[in-house]
Design a protein around this ligand. Structure first.
Ligand code: UDP
Length: 381
């Protein structure tokens, strides 16, 4: 159990992304505490930031963000800040000149291999003949897919897509990365099978603005933590959601560097209702440089005469969007984690603060749990 925050301490949160804003909202609303949020960018929302482009189309600056959760608690929490509607996200993968469903389902197999599989049992039998045998506990991301889907599907849909996204082979990635993608022994088409699959009308930025509508919260945009740190009153509790390696380097005076993946997004607008057949198309071939193409109107439900897409090109340079979960980075992170363990009065959270490949709902849940631990302590809620 974490220590309890004493009443006079100010709460300082570095980073106005989903993790930081959730925590700010809880401290300001529930604990009635003064919260200062410091954000380097000129806007809130972190990498979930969305906005209306010059044609009035709602787009996401950092690629598709889909909200889905199994956690009732997270659902009940987000409900307060937006008007939500149901949304089942669908993704297709462009393989052998065809658009096929991903996650792999019965239709994917039928389209790619000319089979006439009708039900889950037949699919299981078909896959059983093709799965690589002897992989009880997959030791890396390659084994995850080989053990579930076999070599052919691995090569067609996962191996090169993963190389483009992460810059390394699935063999070098922890199993958790490719374990994110399930298999469907049915014709089910949705990307997620979570209980709550919803989208906020008007977008995520609007929701996040609502979260911090509270006089207890002060937001300082365009403020770099490292230049501002001397102004933070001593005794403040610090919650840091930026890249943890940067912070530890700053604190320790020794350089620590973790690998991240960044994305170059190329946006294009068209004066037509729709451009592509589904919201997201993945391009798993190494011959196509882009990894994915997203048409936002499918994701947001917006009706408009114009439509905007973004094409994604992964890179090791640029703003960190994804922590690279390889065996090599694991060792580097463990070194950092040892130092973190000895720091007092500072908490790390979010994708960059924890160096974890988490989804939006997990970021929210983690912040809610941290708040509960600090505020309620052992007290009954
Ligand atoms: N992936 C793949 N082929 C695909 C989609 C995903 O090989 O068509 C791999 C890729 O390595 C990716 C991982 O599966 O990092 C998880 O995919 P997810 O859709 O969750 O990635 P995100 O939306 O977070 O980029």
């Amino acid at each position: 159990m974490g220590e309890k925050i004493v009443d006079n301490n100010q709460i300082v949160i570095v980073g106005a992304g989903l993790s930081g804003l959730t925590l700010a909202e809880r401290f300001a609303t529930v604990a009635n505490k003064k919260v200062l949020i410091i954000e380097k960018r000129d806007r809130i929302g972190g990498n979930c930031y969305d906005f209306f482009d010059k044609h009035g189309v709602l787009v996401s600056k950092y690629g598709p963000h889909i909200f889905h959760t199994q956690e009732k608690r997270v659902y009940e929490y987000v409900k307060k800040f937006a008007d939500w509607e149901k949304y089942e996200h669908q993704v297709s993968s462009f393989v052998k000149g065809k658009l096929v469903p991903i996650p792999v389902n019965i239709e994917t197999i039928n389209l790619l291999f000319g089979t006439k599989i009708n039900n889950g049992e037949e699919m299981r039998r078909w896959l059983d003949e093709r799965r690589v045998k002897g992989i009880k506990i997959p030791m890396n991301s390659e084994e995850v897919v080989l053990g579930k889907l076999g070599k052919k599907i691995y090569e067609l849909m996962f191996r090169d897509y993963t190389k483009k996204q992460w810059g390394i082979s699935p063999k070098e990635l922890e199993s958790e990365v490719l374990a994110r993608i399930p298999i469907r022994y049915s014709f089910e088409r949705g990307y997620s099978s979570n209980k709550y699959q919803i989208r906020p009308r008007g977008g995520f930025t609007k929701m996040m603005e609502k979260m911090i509508e509270n006089p207890n919260i002060e937001l300082r945009l365009n403020t770099d933590y490292y230049s501002f740190a001397d102004n933070i009153p001593s005794g403040s509790k610090l919650f840091f959601t930026g890249p943890i390696d940067e912070f530890i380097s700053y604190k320790s005076g020794k350089l620590y560097k973790l690998p991240y993946r960044s994305v170059k997004f190329v946006f294009k607008s068209f004066h037509k209702k729709y451009f592509q057949k589904v919201g997201v198309i993945n391009y798993p071939s190494i011959k196509t440089k882009m990894s994915r193409s997203t048409e936002y109107k499918y994701l947001t439900g917006q009706k408009h005469d114009w439509t905007t897409i973004s094409r994604e090109y992964f890179s090791g340079k640029g703003e960190p969007l994804y922590p690279l979960k390889s065996f090599e980075s694991k060792k580097k992170y463990e070194e950092i984690a040892k130092i973190v363990g000895n720091l007092k009065g500072i908490y790390f959270l979010g994708r960059l603060g924890k160096y974890k490949y988490i989804n939006m709902d997990q970021a929210i849940l983690e912040a809610l749990n941290l708040f509960d631990e600090l505020y309620y302590g052992d007290k009954k809620r």
